[in-house]
Design a protein around this ligand. Structure first.
Ligand code: S3P
Length: 440
C-alpha cells in the first residue's frame, strides 16, 4: 500500500541534527569487511534497506554480520574465501549493492542469482557485466547489451586482470572492477575521464590492498589495484551521508529565517558538488569543525536561509553531485532566473528516469521546467506555487526532494509514496519535523 505524505509551508527551521551514515561507504565497509581476514567493527553504518540487502547477500555467501554494542561486527572470509553452492541474492532497490557484489562474485568459484525490485530490474547491467565478462564472469543474459536483473552469474577463481576505460563516469562500475581485481593475479586498472567518488580506492588502500591513483593530464584518474590481495580486519566510523544532508541543507536554505547545524557530514571532495553549486547560488553554508576521520574529511554544516539566484551547472560537475540533481532542481525553483543543469544523461538510469520525474514533478507544482537533450532547465521566480501531487516512481530521492520543495511552497505538496525513503534515509520526515518542518 502506498504511503503518501504532504509537506506544508514551514516556519524557520532551527536546531542541530545528525544524518544517518554514508550509503556508499556503508556498502563498501560491509563488502571489504567480508573480504578481510578477521573481524571488523563498523560504527555509524547506515541502517537502511539498501544496506540491509548487501548485508544479507554477504551473509548468504558465508560472512558473519552481527550487531554488537551499537556497532556492526563482520567476520570476514578473506579475499576469495566466500562460498555458496547456489545463492539467490536480492538487492531490493539498490544499484550500488548489486553492481559492487557482481564484482565480488566474479572472483569466486560460485553461481549466484542476482535479483531486485521492479525499479532495479529495469536498470542497465551491461555497463558492469561488460568489463567483468572480459575478466571471466559468465552470465545467462540473453542479450549482453540489454542485460537487466534477474540474472544468474558464474564467477571463477581464474579471473584475468584488465585495463578498462569507463565509457560512463560511474563509481559503481569502477568499484565492481576494482573489487574483482582484488581476486585476479597481476594489476587491474580503471581509467576514468571524470573523477567519480573514490571511497573504494581509499578504503582498499587503508585496509591493506596495493592501490595506486594517478592523475591524468586531462583531469581524469587511473586507479590500479594489485591482485591476489590480502585485507586485514578493520575498525571504521562512518560519517554522515552528504547526499542525505543535502535535503536538510536545501530545506534550511529555502525556508527564510532558518538556522540549522548538521553535524559530522562526510565532505569528501568527490561528493560536495551540491554544496559548491548552492554557494554559487547565494546559499549561506559554513563548514565548522573540519576534521579527518577514517581517511575522509568530515565537518559540521551550518546553514541559514538565504535568497538564491540561478546558475549554470557544468557537465563536468555531475559526478560530484549525481544524486543531488532532484533536490537541486527543487531548490532552483526558488531562485531568481533560469538554472541550467548540463550533461545529465546518467539521471535517466537511476532508481527512476529522474530527468523526466523531476520535470513532471516541477510542472505539477507550478514550476516551469524543460529538458533539452541531456540538460535540465528550471525557471525560478523566487516563489513556488506548489499544490501538486508528485509521482515518485519508486524513487527515494524524488520523494524527499519534492517534500522539501513543499516546505517552501505557497500551497501544500503531496508525494504519492514515501516507502522508498527507507532505502537511504530512514527517519527523514522525523528529523525535519524535529527542526520545525510540517508534514501530514
Ligand atoms: C554510487 C555511485 C553513483 C550514485 C549511487 C552510489 C556508489 O552511481 O548514483 O547512489 O556508491 O558507488 P553511479 O556509479 O551509477 O554513478
Amino acid at each position: 500500500m502506498r504511503q503518501p505524505l504532504t509537506a506544508t509551508r514551514s516556519q524557520p527551521l532551527t536546531g542541530r541534527v545528525r544524518v544517518p551514515g554514508d550509503k556508499s561507504i556503508s556498502h563498501r565497509a560491509l563488502i571489504l569487511a567480508a573480504l578481510a581476514s578477521g573481524t571488523s567493527r563498523i560504527e555509524g553504518l547506515l541502517e537502511a534497506d539498501d544496506i540491509t540487502a548487501t548485508a544479507k547477500a554477504l551473509a548468504a555467501l558465508g560472512a558473519e554480520v552481527a550487531r554488537s554494542n551499537g556497532a556492526f561486527e563482520v567476520r570476514g572470509q578473506g579475499v576469495g574465501g566466500l562460498f555458496a553452492h547456489q545463492a539467490r541474492l536480492d538487492f531490493g532497490n539498490s544499484g550500488t549493492g548489486s553492481r559492487l557484489m557482481l564484482g565480488v562474485v566474479a572472483g569466486h568459484d560460485m553461481v549466484a542469482e542476482f535479483t531486485g525490485d521492479s525499479s532495479l530490474c529495469r536498470r542497465p547491467m551491461h555497463r558492469v557485466l561488460a568489463p567483468l565478462a572480459t575478466m571471466g564472469l559468465r552470465t545467462n543474459a540473453a542479450s549482453a547489451e540489454e542485460a537487466t536483473l534477474p540474472l544468474t552469474v558464474s564467477g571463477t577463481r581464474d579471473l584475468i586482470p584488465i585495463v578498462y576505460e569507463l565509457p560512463v563516469p560511474s563509481a559503481q562500475v569502477k568499484s565492481a572492477i576494482l573489487l574483482a581485481g582484488l581476486h585476479a593475479p597481476g594489476r587491474t586498472s580503471v581509467v576514468e575521464t571524470l573523477p567519480t567518488r573514490d571511497h573504494t580506492e581509499r578504503m582498499l588502500g587503508q585496509f591493506g590492498a596495493e592501490i595506486s591513483v594517478e592523475e591524468t593530464e586531462e583531469g581524469g584518474r587511473v586507479v590500479t589495484v594489485g591482485g591476489d590481495a590480502e585485507l586485514g580486519g578493520f575498525k571504521l566510523k562512518i560519517p554522515g551521508d552528504p547526499s542525505s544532508a543535502a535535503f536538510l541543507v536545501a530545506a534550511a536554505t529555502i525556508c527564510p529565517g532558518s538556522e540549522i547545524v548538521i553535524e559530522g557530514v562526510l565532505l569528501n571532495p568527490t561528493r560536495i558538488g551540491f554544496l559548491e553549486t548552492l554557494r554559487e547560488m547565494g546559499a549561506d553554508i559554513e563548514v565548522l569543525n573540519l576534521d579527518e576521520a577514517g581517511g575522509e574529511q568530515v565537518g559540521d554544516l551550518r546553514v541559514r536561509g538565504a535568497p538564491l539566484r540561478a546558475t549554470r551547472v557544468p557537465p563536468g560537475r555531475a559526478p560530484s553531485m549525481i544524486d543531488e540533481y532532484p533536490i537541486l532542481a527543487c531548490v532552483a525553483a526558488f531562485a531568481e532566473g533560469e538554472t541550467r543543469m548540463e550533461g545529465l544523461a546518467e539521471l535517466k538510469v537511476k532508481e527512476s528516469d529522474r530527468l523526466s520525474a523531476i520535470a513532471t514533478g516541477l510542472a505539477a507544482c507550478g514550476v516551469a521546467a524543460r529538458i533539452e537533450g541531456d540538460d535540465l532547465i528550471v525557471e525560478g521566480s523566487g516563489e513556488v506555487k506548489g499544490g501538486g501531487m508528485v509521482e515518485t516512481h519508486m524513487d527515494h530521492r524524488i520523494a524527499m526532494a519534492f517534500l522539501v520543495l513543499g516546505l517552501g511552497a505557497r500551497e501544500p505538496v503531496t508525494v504519492d509514496d514515501t516507502r522508498m525513503i527507507a532505502t537511504s534515509f530512514p527517519g527523514f520526515a522525523e528529523l525535519l519535523t524535529k527542526l520545525g518542518a510540517q508534514f501530514s
